[in-house]
Design a protein around this ligand. Structure first.
Ligand SMILES: Nc1ncnc2c1ncn2[C@@H]1O[C@H](COP(=O)(O)OP(=O)(O)O)[C@@H](O)[C@H]1O
Ligand SMILES: Cc1ncc(COP(=O)(O)O)c(N)n1
Length: 265
């Protein structure tokens, strides 16, 4: 059985963070593990509290996992401060896992900062170069490329700028969920731009879409798919979960991961 590790924050309401990641892993029939970076008190309406674990505790979690059940892929999500970012980078350099997917979580769908302002530079300079793929949404890609993105060509341009900053070694997937007309994602990998077209689904319940997509990519890489196939399959997963139309909570609700179990029974 393939094994996948998520290093991310906990969302007590189950829509995003490690809860979304573990649900995605279960649906992909891989063995899921989680190193928690932060506890969040949040629901579909907002984030009401954040309590980071200490760097020593995160180091302990990562040692426990890597020394015992070595993952075939690693997904990294919310890591709110520089010390935690450095802790993860140290362990990745020590254990050298393959298939690292980094979702540069900066701001939640509900508008709360999940990355301290001073930590952006550490995320970019210390953690991103260790990743095989990073998955910014449009606002995150704007920050990373220092560009404004208002059309498809600018998604390609921004992905190239980000890729160059990472010496071209890391694939860049600019997600199009924040474009109000389409839902096309752009993969820039090995100096080639590939579009993954998605039908725009009329569903405001998008809490956890980024977490879910990056975990699904990690699962697919663990299952030995190449990068483009991993993104293509992950895109099918997220589209299906959105289309299912689950509607929970008073705000932007979570996805239904169980749909995948039904269609793959
Ligand atoms: N309304 C939608 N219809 C179809 N796909 C969507 C929709 N919203 C988001 N997606 C897809 O969900 C994934 C996550 O994208 P996005 O919402 O941009 O990321 P984030 O959750 O990090 O903000 C992408 O594959 C994107 O295309
Ligand atoms: C613990 C945690 N990690 C990540 C997100 C971002 O998810 P989204 O942008 O889909 O709200 C979140 N809200 N909470």
């Amino acid at each position: 059985m393939k094994k996948v590790l998520t290093i991310a924050g906990s969302d007590c309401s189950g829509g995003a963070g490690i809860q979304a990641d573990l649900k995605t892993m279960m649906a992909h029939k891989v063995y899921g593990m989680s190193a928690i970076t932060s506890l969040t008190a949040q629901n579909t309406t907002g984030v009401y509290g954040i309590s980071d674990v200490t760097p020593d505790f995160l180091a302990n979690e990562l040692e426990c996992i890597f020394d015992d059940i070595f993952p075939d892929a690693v997904k990294i999500g919310m890591v709110s401060n520089s010390e935690l970012i450095r802790t993860i980078a140290d362990k990745l350099k020590k254990y050298k896992p393959k298939n690292i997917v980094l979702d540069p979580v900066m701001v939640s769908t509900s508008g709360s900062r999940l990355l301290e302002e001073e930590a952006s530079a550490s995320l970019i300079n210390i953690l991103m170069p260790l990743a095989d793929i990073i998955t910014p949404n449009i606002p995150e890609a704007e920050v990373l490329s220092s560009m404004k993105i208002s059309k498809a060509e600018e998604m390609v341009e921004a992905a190239k700028v980000i890729s160059d900053k990472l010496d071209g070694r890391t694939a860049v997937l600019v997600k199009g969920g924040h474009d109000l007309n389409t839902a096309n994602d752009l993969l820039y990998c090995d100096e080639r731009a590939v579009w993954f077209e998605g039908e725009r689904i009329n569903n405001d319940n998008t809490h956890g879409t980024g977490c879910t997509l990056s975990s699904a990519i990690a699962c697919n890489l663990a299952m030995e798919n190449d990068m483009a196939s991993a993104v293509e399959n992950a895109k099918k997963y997220i589209s299906g979960a959105l289309k299912d139309g689950l509607n929970l909570g008073k705000g932007s609700g979570p996805l239904n991961h169980a749909f995948w179990l039904d269609i793959n029974r």
